[in-house]
Ligand binder design. Sequence first.
Ligand SMILES: Cc1cc2nc3c(=O)[nH]c(=O)nc-3n(C[C@H](O)[C@H](O)[C@H](O)COP(=O)(O)OP(=O)(O)OC[C@H]3O[C@@H](n4cnc5c(N)ncnc54)[C@H](O)[C@@H]3O)c2cc1C
Length: 369
Amino acid sequence: MLDRNRIEKPHDQHFDILVLGAGIVGAAVSFYLSKLGYKVAIIERDGPCAGATGACNGGISYLGKRAMELSQTLESLQLYQDLSKELGYPVELDQTRDMVLLGKGEEDLEDLEILIAEAKAQGQEARLLSRKKLLAYLPQASPLVSYAAVSPGGLQGVANPFSVTYAYLGAASDYGAQYRQADVQSLWMEAGRVRGVVTDQGEIEGDIVVNALGVDADRIWEMEQIDSGMVPQKGIVLVSEAYPRMFPGNLLNAAFMKKNPPEISLAIEQTLSGQLLLGAAKLINQPGKDMPPGIMEKIAMHAMSYVAGLEEVNIIRAYTGLRPTRSEGHWLGETKIRNVFAALGFGGSGITLAPYAGKKLAQIIGGKS
Ligand SMILES: Cc1cc2nc3c(=O)[nH]c(=O)nc-3n(C[C@H](O)[C@H](O)[C@H](O)COP(=O)(O)OP(=O)(O)OC[C@H]3O[C@@H](n4cnc5c(N)ncnc54)[C@H](O)[C@@H]3O)c2cc1C
């Protein structure tokens, strides 16, 4: 643990740890670090959930994840089970929904079989449904859908990313963490060591800095020549009116899980209030939040090629979010600048992985100091 015998000045600007960014990842990191006894400041430019966290679907699932990310996901979903109790704040969450991956042809079948085998290897239940069984399970499956991989709820489902983030921030604050609204402009370095960060509100001093700035991660260390390899991946989601529960769980297509997915793939989740979130676009390296012409129609038509009955659904709005994506997966650990850590690059899985990421990084930092 860090030295806590330091004499504090009034309006003390010195913290043990500065966590940059109040998305779900920064919020989770702040909580687990505060719980370990560190004096933490969370510094956010716009407001909690202003980035990808406030513009996503909120699906939490393991089917479709592979290798290391699959075991980390299972750890995270287990943390979700007791999260509300641990934080002492309500977390809107439903972990009883199946996860369904829909496939159209032989190529998809091969992918689905691999994903089922990976889930089973981690001790999870997953099965392949042929067309006949699929129709009994999901009568809305279109005639083009020939297979599905299904794994049951229990751990998987949906979370409200706002309520999770605010619960983490509330619990961090109960352990003494402070929230500061400021635009972080750079690391504050002195004699080759980090002293804190420079913001539009002045300098804030901290012994350790955690970068959880999502797609904007590289802004603060341009001069230090770290390149996180961050690539914003634009996602576009259509939002419907609220309906009674329509499907046994979250629906994705096999292509959604590919490392290099097509520009449009299938993602349908129903929020806890009954609205359908219909996606998804995965547009690589298209900065800004504007939507390419015709993209909403393309997403809707593509979804209808998998599931019947969507023609009757009323779409009332759409939004764009930028997934913080790295080709080598997420980055959790110390950078080449001593005492500067990364909690970055969770791509399309940050809601699922946030509890794991927060706890793991706190363990890494706690173990080091
Ligand atoms: C359309 C879409 C659908 C998705 N669906 C899912 C899903 O179903 N399941 C799932 O698990 N994941 C999903 N994701 C991914 C998930 O949303 C992200 O991985 C996750 O939200 C990333 O969280 P974060 O805290 O790392 O980043 P962010 O939420 O982007 O947080 C970064 C924060 O840093 C702040 N910031 C930036 N620059 C500065 C600065 N200079 N100074 C101070 N603050 C700054 C921003 O305002 C922001 O609040 C989806 C993403 C998108 C876009």
